[in-house]
Design a protein around this ligand. Sequence first.
Ligand code: BDP
Length: 696
Amino acid sequence: EDGYDLWLRYQTLPESYAKDVNRTIKNLVPGDINDPTRALAIEELQTGFSKMLGKPLPIKSNAGKASLMLLTSEALAQISNDVDTAKLTELGDEGYLLTQAKINNKPVTLIAANSEQGLLYGAFELLQQMQLQTSLKELNHSSSPKIQRRVLNHWDNLDGSVERGYAGSSIWDWWELPGVINPRYKDYARANAALGINGTVLNNVNSKAISLDHRYIEKAAALAEVFRPYGIKVYLSARFNAPMELDGFENADPQNPKVRQWWKDKAKEIYQIIPNFGGFLVKANSEGQPGPGDYGRSHAEGANMLAEALEPYGGIVMWRAFVYSEHDAEDRGKQAYNEFKPLDGKFKDNVLLQVKNGPIDFQPREPYHPLFGAMPNTPLMMEFQITKEYLGFATHIAYLAPLYQEVLAADTFAKGKGSTVAKVIDGSLDGHKLTGIAGVANIGHHRNWSGSIFNQANWYAFGRLAWDPYADSQTIGRDWLALTFTNEEQFTEPTLGMMMRSREAVVDYMTPLGLAHLMATGHHYGPGPWVSDLGRPEWNPAYYHKADKNGIGFDRTKTGSNALAQYSKEVAQSFADPKTMDERYLLWFHHLPWDFKLQSGKTLWQGLVEHYDHGVEEAKAMQQTWQSLKPYVDQERFTDTAQRLQIQVDEAQWWRDASLAYFSHVSGKAIPQGTTPPKHDLQYYIKLSFPYAPGN
Ligand code: BDP
């Protein structure tokens, strides 16, 4: 068990359940396997049945004898009226129905959908339900995605490195493509299609123009070919000044007709070899990337130029709202809103604005981004980070579904109570048709794909929440555990408990009570709250915590940056009073004296120390739980996880000690009595360096 098979392990089923399946499903009527997507559905079913039950299903062509059928709604209507076709229609292009139906008066297990794609999703779901040992007789399950574009963002570079990647180098071998098609590309597509992911951006948002050069388009086309029958579209990150870098143009100004024509020609060239190309993802005027701002043009003008080029072919632009500049450094968290809100309604119909979940940058905890709910006339797309840049890379366990769910369920009050972020991005709040969600992938060439077994859970959870942003992180976690290890409750329940608390543990030992961005320079791994010497103010941890002898925290109320005013009245009010608000966001919004009284009655300083201690205790508790689960886990995955947990315990301690050494130093507060002092003095922690940390 090296983790390669992800959620498609298809372990031999226990005898009693296998009997049940054998009684219900005796053969398979595949339908027209000339369709490549249907052929894959059949192939997957046969792989699954062979592995789980020891043999593939006998293939029958005669519907009269069928026990498992895959039927599109059209085909179904011709042979049976047992299924409500109106209900099927509601499932749209990608939904499916799994049910027991009567066909020719005989009971049949039916996968029905409006498209071949829906049938493929249905086949994966049937196999998942079998792995979870759901009784097939009770199967009556329909599902359709609530979000249209469910996309992974690979931050993969053409030289094979991965920005913020902790699972080895890129799985794309750009050098050998398009000649060599690694079988792993197909396994990648299978794993994603099993979750309903239907798009992938192949290259880093910090992109190179050469990705749009003909040679590289051919390489991307080879991948697109593998992914197409799985329903996965390829997208590319586009460098805004590509006309200059590739073809020597003098500028990349969106008002320049020649530049506009260049993008039109480029789109045409791409669609000639990738007919189902998804479109472009663009990081512009952000962290040194070129963009329309270089010519005094707005983000809307830049995005619309690309949108116009893609429009004839049905392509879209995913334009990122991740911008901040040193010239307006009072509060970095306010800048995206200030820049984009005035552009609401100015984007073309095939543009999605891609917004990170929080206003700063993928921190262990942030409030939701104030743009959600603030741009009703523009479809906003969510960007989550699956790779754990700020949550311990691949060595710490942090199950991210609770983080995702916390943001999706947050109420923006944009149109009154219940205007959740999920409703903003699934289009239901403002009536948008084009909708999307992106996850920055944690995938690399490591045999287990994600660098650690538990990191796979974050990829899985992203996929499930992209399909249904209202899904519950517990259920997702439980399913993942059953698919990945075993569904014995003695294993799943304690492990799920550990997963569900893991993210909060990280918050506690890294950035409790609403603190953020305290990571050391460059690698974002260890603590560096003392760092204050970097070129731009908002690159320094000291800018974010603002701790001195009088207090700590970032004042985002009226007396400070007033970022609170970017939220609706109700949300702003809920965060306005530090005495009554949700303390998980306390120091995000308030600068408070060290002796401020928390709701527990303790002082802020005591509370901070307790959170740090609690984080370390939780890491230790996870380690103990895991040790008790040894009987349920194979040696390889048990040991690998145990080793990582040991690192996590040691590093939780490091984070706690270094942070408390520093905060005690700036505040002049002694470590409270009865609390263990940091192992070393502050200088020791400051001097540690990590020149070869991965992912830079
Ligand atoms: C930051 C990462 C940086 C990315 C940037 C982005 O540190 O590597 O390029 O986000 O999202 O968090 O563009």
